[in-house]
Ligand binder design. Structure first.
Ligand code: NAP
Ligand code: 8YV
Length: 313
């Protein structure tokens, strides 16, 4: 008998194909009657396949008495109730490392777009304004600017390398100083924000990071500072950010993630000092293929009794 899996999120086609081949899949994510799917899955389901966005709630864990593993497509696992999993001895896996380059690349793309006003320049050119109104106004540049990274982890380090390639001065903040890093450490986030031109947020969503980019941190970043959030919307006090951007008390923001996805605060849509992206940091063919493979390989390892490839709990 094939093991049974509850599919909580829509997953890439190659993942769904692999799951269908190896398991009996209960399609929870696209069911009109989710309770009925959960009830049908409950007696025999041993695994959940999900995404970083959809996660796995304590209710789903509780509804599946034979659950052994939650395999998630994404490195961030803040939407998974890890404590509920741990309490039941349910393993949790994610997809670290394979997305570092894509997310770091997107970070620099957003920084360049904001700094050099690329979306606006593109619109200006397409609308024929170059001919009718003359050259587009001058912009700032990344070269020589100081960038503070909140979360010098796997992705943060790749962002740091790329910032160095742009001749930026890199510093960082985390809960503790890391040995052997070539970047200066700030023990205090607000102090770092006051001293940088760019603040890049790439720490996990968690109880300890919720609202860490507070009004005070953004005020410290100030009218000439730019906030880049590629981590999770939960890290930023979004109403304060919108207010400060509108008032010119925060210079600009490049945002890939939002408090309420997929519906960012509409006030952001009208702002010229903002660049928006629909949570697309890892959204390349190559990276999503590698992430999906990890989801499948973690499940396969589990059911083969082999060590899990990327276990977080
Ligand atoms: P990681 O390797 O675990 O690095 C996380 C970093 O955050 C560490 O350096 C850690 O340093 C720091 N950190 C953790 N808690 C902190 C706190 N309370 N205060 C200050 N710093 C803290 O994680 P990663 O693989 O780089 O991924 C980071 C996050 O990026 C993910 O969790 C996910 O939410 C997000 N992400 C977003 C996208 C996207 O598409 N936009 C894609 C992938 C990942 P210390 O332990 O020293 O504090
Ligand atoms: C995914 C992410 O798009 O890995 C993460 O933490 O945020 C992105 O790579 C997200 O997990 C949704 O599946």
């Amino acid at each position: 008998m094939k093991p049974e899996v509850l599919q909580v999120a829509k997953l890439p086609p190659h993942v769904e194909k692999a799951l269908e081949a190896a398991y009996i899949v209960h399609r929870y994510f696209d069911a009109s009657d989710k309770d009925a799917v959960l009830a049908a899955a409950a007696p025999q389901t041993r695994a959940v396949a999900t995404s970083g966005f959809s996660g796995c709630s304590a209710d789903i864990v509780a509804a599946l008495p034979k659950l052994e593993i939650v395999s998630s497509n994404g490195v961030g696992y803040d939407a998974i109730d890890v404590e509920a999993c741990k309490a039941r001895g349910v393993a949790v896996t994610n997809t670290p490392d394979v997305l570092n380059d894509a997310v770091a690349e997107m970070t620099l793309a957003l920084m360049l777009a904001l700094c050099r006003r690329i979306p606006q320049s593109d619109a200006y050119t397409r609308q024929g304004k170059w001919a009718s109104q003359g050259d587009y106004p001058l912009t700032a540049e990344l070269t020589g600017a100081k960038v503070g990274i909140l979360g010098l982890g796997r992705i943060g380090k790749e962002i740091a390398l790329r910032c160095q390639a742009f001749k930026m001065h890199v510093v960082y903040h985390g809960r503790s100083e890391q040995a052997y890093q070539p970047y200066s450490y700030y023990a205090d986030l607000e102090t770092m924000a006051r001293e940088v031109h760019w603040l890049v947020v790439i720490a996990p969503g968690s109880a300890s990071t919720t609202g860490i980019i507070s009004r005070a941190v953004m005020e410290a970043l100030g009218p000439t500072g730019n906030l880049v959030n590629i981590a999770r919307g939960s890290l930023v006090d979004e109403p304060a950010m919108v207010e400060l951007l509108q008032a010119g008390k925060l210079g600009g923001a490049a945002l890939d993630v939002f408090a309420d996805e997929p519906r960012p605060t509409e006030a952001l849509f009208a702002m010229d000092n903002v660049v928006l992206s629909p949570h697309a940091g890892s959204a390349t063919h190559k990276t999503r293929a590698a992430m999906g493979d990890l989801v499948v390989r973690n499940l396969a390892a589990h059911f083969a009794g082999a060590p899990l490839i990327s276990r977080v709990a």
